[in-house]
Design a binder for this molecule. Structure first.
Ligand code: MG
Length: 383
């Protein structure tokens, strides 16, 4: 089901301790806000508006670098005003679905998003929530119990909260000036909307205090999954004065024959990434029969695979390429290749390896009829 999202990242985070606003801080190696964006994108969000404090859009750009289908807008003085600004920036008709989510709840999962979307098939609004499990005590103001409160029928509201765009905008318009709702469901309830309670997730607890980060770090490991793909490619030598390998031009007494620039290194690596996400192979995405790819620079093939991965909330962890040829000599170009691949893969250079071997004169590579490349890539995706 198609949906868009507003992610509220406008807090200044005074309670979460030193280190700045919590949505820009790091949780298990990635910015807090990035976790939510990756989960929403992986679930198919077509458009995500990230609402930041005025002037903090640069923080968002840094934290969300490389991710598609999002933009930042400035928030207002209250959460409600921030959400309102986010909704105003969304495109889509009145019936389109919007999920409103707190960036401070980073451990969002695909099943949680799916539960909300399913609930919206029969209810005009739906939120993630958990029934209260603990007994509730009221204090006497002096550190002792004054009484026990009835917890029956009480739920803890989480986010995302899901609505039809038109109905949520109308609920905001009807809210009395000066009152500050703490979530979108309050507005919808007041407007008389039926809002379904959908099973939430304890891991979605809001990061509020410094100790919440420690708890979330422990839970974060199970929120991501690692996958591996491999690729192989070979091209024939032909007339020419140089070859492209791993995105680097190398002078040689032959060229390589192929429909594109015949960069076997980039082709093998593209296939490795497509393999890791089950997206077929390079020929499915760039058919050799298509004149658009004639003599094309192969970096666009790899970029396409990396963008498909990013669109699912994933990223490359590392890549290892082996080039198989007698000549040209690879070693002098190895560092340039690593640097170019790292740029294309959006990883540090240390995450990219390029190796070379001969086949000791055996086979097509040994007879210098052509060269080959194989590649392995590990990627990380929302679980
Ligand atoms: Mg090829």
């Amino acid at each position: 089901m198609e949906f868009s999202a507003v992610v509220v990242a406008a807090g200044v985070g005074a309670r979460a301790g030193p280190g700045g606003a919590k949505q820009w801080r790091t949780l298990a190696g990635r910015p807090v806000v990035r976790w939510s964006l990756e989960a929403l994108l992986a679930a198919g969000a077509r458009d995500v508006v990230v609402v930041t404090a005025p002037g903090a859009q640069g923080e968002a750009a840094k934290a969300l670098a490389g991710l598609p289908r999002w933009r930042a807008v400035a928030g207002g003085e209250t959460r409600a005003q921030s959400v309102r600004n986010g909704l105003a920036a969304l495109e889509g008709d009145e019936e389109s679905i919007v999920l409103v989510h707190d960036a401070a709840r980073p451990l969002l999962t695909q099943p949680a998003i799916q539960r909300l979307l399913v609930a919206l098939e029969t209810a005009p609004g739906a939120i993630l929530a958990l029934p209260l499990a603990d007994t509730l005590k009221r204090d006497d103001g002096a550190g002792a119990i004054a009484g026990t409160a009835d917890r029956a029928g009480l739920w803890r509201a989480q986010t995302p909260q899901a609505f039809r765009l038109g109905a949520l905008r109308a609920a905001f318009a009807a809210w009395p000036e000066g009152e500050t709702p703490t979530d979108e469901a309050s507005l919808a309830e007041r407007d008389g909307m039926r809002v379904a309670l959908v099973a939430g997730d304890p891991a979605l607890a809001k990061l509020t205090y410094p100790e919440d980060f420690a708890m979330a770090e422990r839970l974060a490991g199970s929120a991501r999954t690692v996958r591996v793909g491999q690729g192989f490619d070979a091209h024939r030598f032909g007339p020419g004065s140089g070859v492209m390998l791993c995105g680097v031009p190398i002078a040689h007494d032959h060229g390589l024959v192929g429909h594109s620039d015949a960069d076997a290194g980039l082709h093998a690596l593209t296939d490795a990434i497509l393999g890791a996400i089950g997206e077929g192979d390079i020929g499915d995405h760039f058919p050799p029969s298509d004149p658009r790819w004639k003599d094309a620079s192969s970096d666009r093939f790899l970029t396409h695979a990396v963008e498909l991965l990013a669109g699912r909330g994933g990223r490359v962890l590392n890549a290892d390429v082996t080039l198989i040829c007698e000549r040209p000599k690879i070693k002098p170009h190895r560092q340039a290749m690593r640097e170019r691949l790292a740029e294309l893969l959006r990883t540090p250079v240390s995450a990219v390896s390029v190796k070379a071997t001969t086949t000791e004169g055996m086979g097509f590579a040994g007879r210098e009829e052509g060269l080959a490349a194989q590649a392995v890539a590990a990627v990380e995706l929302p679980a």
